[in-house]
Every structure is written in structure tokens, then in C-alpha cells.
Design a binder for this molecule. Structure first.
Ligand code: URA
Length: 445
């Protein structure tokens, strides 16, 4: 590799120039060898944050972050391997439901997930609320479990995209997280390392999402899809609303509980709608259905015939977990304290601040305020009302569970403020708004 001057690369991006793939390779490879100090990488990240990257630069950055670690080869496992990624939100437990559904339909799902971040929950923390469940399998075991069950659910390992791990930590402390090309490169380098053949993306927008507006979410989805396709992976994105939490339950065990409800044929409509769309698309991309619509039907059948719930049991046992509470979810040890938040007036729920509800969950113990915090699996929130529901003064709108009784008063106030009650019935925000493929973006109908 030809030696380059790092300062001149930073200057080029600072001055809105376009970096060549060689220049990006040099920067990331030298950074991975500790030959570029964090202060220079920070300056580069800020230059990208301010001036952006074009499609070629974003693909080159993703490629270098991807090849900074192990890229799994799952080609000796039969079938099209498909995963899903969500950009995160509150009450979003679709992974827990769709992963066993899709695997039960015959499509291998190699899933590497993350932990909760701020107000938004993470699949790993939810899985760990199942007693014994081990998310820390090494990559050899990851492949074995996938081969056996067509499903594996683990956390990030040191070998997957290590450059992203270090760059993400820098972005976190240099105000450079909210950059579409940097987010896209970060997400896609990790997903491409899993050994997938195709990917479904759930890009969320609204007050509880990373992207606050539909327009920004659309730009992120287009970037993610174009990077996926550039790497030869069929990639389909949906834009979905996070203007209120998804489903009714927020918190780690509570989200497993609601997922079990869905896999047993119940569950709230909004959660089911998003889940079956994503799983149906995965089943189609995996070649087990002729269209997304047929995929959705197959997904619903896997719930109705019990095969998806059985797949969840199988994977929990394989990954050292206990199925006791999957079979008897109401026996899960409860939090020591519960309390209700009541409507202050008659009317309709007109808005819900999903971000504030997520943060209330963190205060109750369901999330972390610092990396060292431990999660309380039993802590969380059940929404008794959602946007559009009629309420009477004094009626319960939210029920909370916590082992931190001292938080009750402040959380009650946070939740009272997070739910707006108005006098007339509001329009319910559209849940799924757009679809993004290699052929472009289309409003969802
Ligand atoms: N999730 C990621 O993995 N990376 C980002 O940059 C943002 C969200």
C-alpha cells in the first residue's frame, strides 16, 4: 500500500473533496494498526459529518470497516441467509418474533444484535432476560447452531468490524454520531460481516427514533440499500413510524412476554403488522415464498401452526436458556413494586413521546445510563392506551414495574408529560410509510 499523508486526506475531506478508495483504505488500515491517532480520526469523522460522503466513498468506507475484522463465510450452509436490522426504537421487539418465524419457514437467520442504547432497547438485553440464555457464543459455535436450527442469536464479537467499534466510540464523544454516511457504514459493515445473502431494514423515524423526520429516514434507508446492493446482497428497506412505542410493552422481560403472546397467536395489531411485513419480506428474499404477500401468509401460518413458537423454544434450549417462562410467562418473578399513571382529564390520547417513554423505562431500571449499569429484566412499562384511544379522567393509561421504588414519583411525572390528552379524536400516524429497494423509493400502500 502506497504511503499517504493523513493530514492531506483530512484536509481534502475538510475542503469538500472526494476521497479515492485507496485513500480510504489507507486511512482505515493505518487506524486499525494504531498508526493513526484518535485525534486525527476524530478530525476526519468531523469532516465527514460536515461534508458527507458520496456513494462510492461510503461503499469504500464500509468495505474497509468490514475487512478490519472477520467476514464470515456461511456458503456451506444451504439456503439464502437473511437477516433484519432495525435502526432502533421503543418497544421494538420484532427481532424476537420474526427470527423464529423466518427460521421455522426454512430460511436461515444468522442474527448478530446489539444492546440497548439510551432510550431504545436492544435485542441482547431482552434475550438475556430469559434465564440462562447465552448470547456470547464464539463464531465456531455460531455457525454450528445456525446449521442445526437455521437460527442463531448472538452479540457482537471482538472479531466483527473492530474498526467500527473504535470509530463508534470516538463518534459518541465527538458529536459525530448523527451522520447518515457514518451510520450507514457502521450498520452495514457489521451486517455484511455476518455472512448474510440478503437483508431487510426497518428504518424508523419520529420522536422515538434516531432519525426524527421521514425525509432523513428515507435518505438513510437509500444509503443502506445502496451499500447492501453494492456488496451484492439483496437489500430492502421499510420506513416505519416511531411516533409512539411499537406494541404495548416496554422493558426486557415484558418485551419477551409480548413476543410470546404474538408467537402464541395474540399480540397487538401494530406490532403484528410490522413484524409480519418484515418476516414476510425475509421469507420471500430467502426463496421460500413467491412474493412478499405470500411470505406474509407463510409467516402467519408459522404462528398459527405453532412451528415458530417451537423454534423459539429450540433456540433457547440450544443457547443454554430455560424454557420454563416461555411456557408459563405469568410465573416470571415480578418487580417488587408497580404503580399506575392515570389520565388527568377526559378525552383522547393525541400524542405519545416515545423518547420520553423510553427514558422513563431507563429510570425504572430497564436500560442503562452508563455502560457499567446493570439491567433489571423485570422493570418496564405497559401502555394501556395508545394514540387515538378514548380515556376518562383517572383511568390508567400506563402501568409501571420497578425494583427502584424511589423512582416512582419522578417517573409518574415523566409519563404524565409524555402522553398528551386532547378533546378530539386525532388522526393515527401511518405505521409503514415507504419501501426502498434498488429500484428506488415508493410510498407504502
Ligand atoms: N447503530 C450503529 O450500529 N451504528 C451507528 O452509527 C448508529 C446506530
Amino acid at each position: 500500500m502506497k504511503s499517504q499523508n493523513i493530514v492531506s486526506l483530512i484536509r481534502k475531506k475538510r475542503d469538500r473533496g472526494t476521497l479515492t478508495p485507496d485513500e480510504i483504505r489507507y486511512l482505515i488500515q493505518q487506524y486499525s494498526k494504531d498508526a493513526v491517532p484518535d485525534y486525527q480520526m476524530s478530525a476526519f469523522l468531523m469532516a465527514v459529518f460536515l461534508n458527507g460522503l458520496n456513494d462510492d466513498e461510503a461503499a469504500a468506507l464500509t468495505r474497509e470497516m468490514l475487512h478490519s475484522g472477520t467476514v464470515l463465510d456461511l456458503s456451506d450452509i444451504p439456503g439464502t441467509k437473511v437477516d433484519k436490522h432495525s435502526t432502533g426504537g421503543v418497544g421494538d421487539k420484532t427481532s424476537l418474533i420474526l427470527a423464529p418465524i423466518v427460521a421455522a419457514c426454512g430460511v436461515p437467520v444468522p442474527m448478530i444484535s446489539g444492546r440497548g442504547l439510551g432510550h431504545s432497547g436492544g435485542t441482547l438485553d431482552k434475550l438475556e432476560s430469559i434465564p440462562g440464555f447465552n448470547v456470547n457464543l464464539d463464531l465456531k459455535r455460531y455457525v454450528e447452531v445456525l446449521k442445526k436450527h437455521k437460527l442463531v442469536l448472538i452479540g457482537q464479537t471482538e472479531e466483527i468490524a473492530p474498526a467500527d467499534k473504535r470509530m463508534y466510540a470516538l463518534r459518541d464523544v465527538t458529536a459525530t454520531v448523527e451522520s447518515i454516511p457514518l451510520i450507514a457504514g457502521s450498520i452495514m459493515s457489521k451486517k455484511l460481516a455476518e455472512g448474510i445473502d440478503a437483508l431487510v431494514l426497518d428504518v424508523k423515524f419520529g420522536n422515538g427514533a434516531f432519525m426524527k423526520t421521514r425525509e432523513d429516514a428515507l435518505r438513510l434507508a437509500q444509503r443502506l440499500v445502496s451499500i447492501g446492493e453494492e456488496f451484492g446482497k439483496r437489500t430492502i428497506g421499510y420506513l416505519t413510524s416511531m411516533e409512539q412505542p411499537l406494541g404495548n410493552m416496554i422493558g426486557n422481560w415484558l418485551e419477551v412476554y409480548e413476543s410470546i403472546e404474538c408467537l402464541n397467536g395474540g399480540g397487538p395489531e401494530d406490532l403484528l403488522e410490522v413484524t409480519h411485513l418484515l418476516s414476510g419480506t425475509m421469507i420471500w428474499l430467502g426463496g421460500e415464498a413467491g412474493s412478499v404477500e405470500e411470505g406474509i401468509e407463510r409467516s402467519k401460518t408459522a404462528v398459527a401452526d405453532g412451528s415458530a413458537m417451537q423454534k423459539l423454544r429450540d433456540i433457547v434450549l440450544e443457547q443454554d436458556g430455560s424454557t420454563e417462562f416461555l411456557d408459563r410467562p405469568d410465573d416470571y418473578p415480578p418487580a417488587s413494586h408497580s404503580f399506575d399513571v392515570a389520565a388527568a382529564s377526559d378525552g383522547y390520547v393525541t400524542a405519545m413521546d416515545a423518547y420520553a417513554i423510553g427514558m422513563a423505562g431507563v429510570e425504572l431500571g430497564a436500560g442503562r445510563k452508563s455502560k457499567e449499569d446493570t439491567i433489571d429484566p423485570a422493570a418496564g412499562i405497559i401502555l394501556r392506551k395508545k394514540i387515538g384511544d378514548k380515556v376518562q379522567q383517572g383511568e390508567t393509561i400506563v402501568r409501571c414495574f420497578t425494583n427502584k421504588e424511589e423512582q416512582a414519583d419522578s417517573v409518574r411525572q415523566m409519563l404524565q408529560d409524555a402522553v398528551t390528552i386532547g378533546s378530539s379524536r386525532p388522526e393515527i400516524p401511518a405505521l409503514i410509510t415507504d419501501t426502498v429497494t434498488r429500484d428506488g423509493a415508493k410510498p407504502w400502500s
